[in-house]
Design a protein around this ligand. Structure first.
Ligand code: NAP
Length: 272
């Protein structure tokens, strides 16, 4: 089953599922996860300067025998590198570690107060110079996205935020959709913190799928891009094996009713 591609506002396409790589720090664990992901059909990988594994991703893809254009690589500028020059310098280092001369998607990792404006202008320069095919943001609220209208020349095509059954952020998703910004769901499994919700369990039984697969399909059926993380080959396979079924309207609405507005990570709402 092939992975759908989602068209972005800049005409580029992003595979609807990618492998999340946060907290994958061990070289062997990384290699196993990467090789399994490739075997099971992933081509999209989500790293960041903050994850300290860009070098591992560079080594892994170089060893894979795949051509660069067969892969979709995202990285993110760490909040400590938001000065305009630092964005450029740190991004140069990212490219060296990733062993490539461009990334498919470059994001600002957080809406860092004051500095985020200049950091965005630096991302626009990087895109113009060919260093990033697409540019976007992460952890931005509606307020931060609205503010961008006062300084951006190019709009972000992606906003990567925490989204799962227990944190659905309907207003933010509607805003993104209206403004042609693709919402990308991080922590789509709610970091595996809630694996016993009765509604999800019952729906999983009905479709003969796993709990995790229902959590992920819920997001896919809303047109979101997802980046579940796993270092376990059987789970890496399980998480991509979700493109042969669809949740019906009744089950989608049952899952929608499970929203608890619960952040398991940071929330941009507290950032001025
Ligand atoms: N932009 C941001 O600020 C931001 C923040 C957080 C995350 N992210 C990105 O989003 C990615 C995913 O988010 P996340 O890592 O926070 O959480 P997640 O993907 O929701 O959950 C990962 C956890 O779920 C477990 N897991 C994976 N598949 C499973 C399955 N089929 N059944 C049961 N458990 C399963 C993993 O364990 P094992 O690995 O042991 O299998 C791991 O403990 C990150 O890796 C990162 O790339 C971005």
């Amino acid at each position: 089953m092939s992975v759908p591609l989602i068209s972005l506002a800049d005409q580029n396409e992003i595979p609807q599922i990618g492998l999340g790589l946060w907290q994958v720090k061990d070289e062997n664990e990384f290699k196993t996860a990467f090789d399994s992901a490739i075997e099971f059909g992933y081509r999209h990988f989500d790293t960041a300067q903050f994850y300290r594994n860009e070098q591992m991703l560079g080594n892994s893809w170089k060893n894979s025998g795949l051509k660069r254009e067969e892969l979709y690589i995202t990285t993110k500028i760490a909040f400590t590198n938001f000065g305009q020059n630092q964005v450029h310098e740190s991004f140069k280092e990212s490219l060296e570690k990733l062993q490539t001369d461009y990334v498919d998607l470059l994001l600002l990792h957080f809406p860092v107060p004051v500095l985020r404006k200049k950091a965005w202008l630096a991302l626009e320069e990087i895109q113009k110079a060919g260093g990033a095919k697409s540019i976007g943001v992460s952890n931005y609220t509606i307020k931060h996205l609205e503010e961008m209208n006062s300084y951006k020349n190019t709009k972000p095509v992606i906003n990567q935020v925490e989204l799962h059954v227990f944190l659905q952020q309907p207003e933010l998703i509607a805003y993104c959709s209206k403004n042609n910004i693709q919402a990308e769901a991080y922590s789509p499994l709610a970091r595996a913190h809630v694996m016993d919700n009765a509604v999800v369990t019952k729906i999983a039984q009905k479709y003969n799928k796993t709990y995790a697969q229902i959590m992920l399909r819920f997001l896919i059926d809303q047109g979101l891009v997802i980046i579940p993380k796993s270092v376990t080959p059987s789970r890496i396979k399980e998480n991509i094996d979700i493109f042969d079924f669809q949740l019906d309207a009744e089950d989608l609405s049952k899952l929608k009713s499970q929203d608890q507005n619960k952040h398991f990570l940071w929330s941009g709402t507290r950032i001025p």
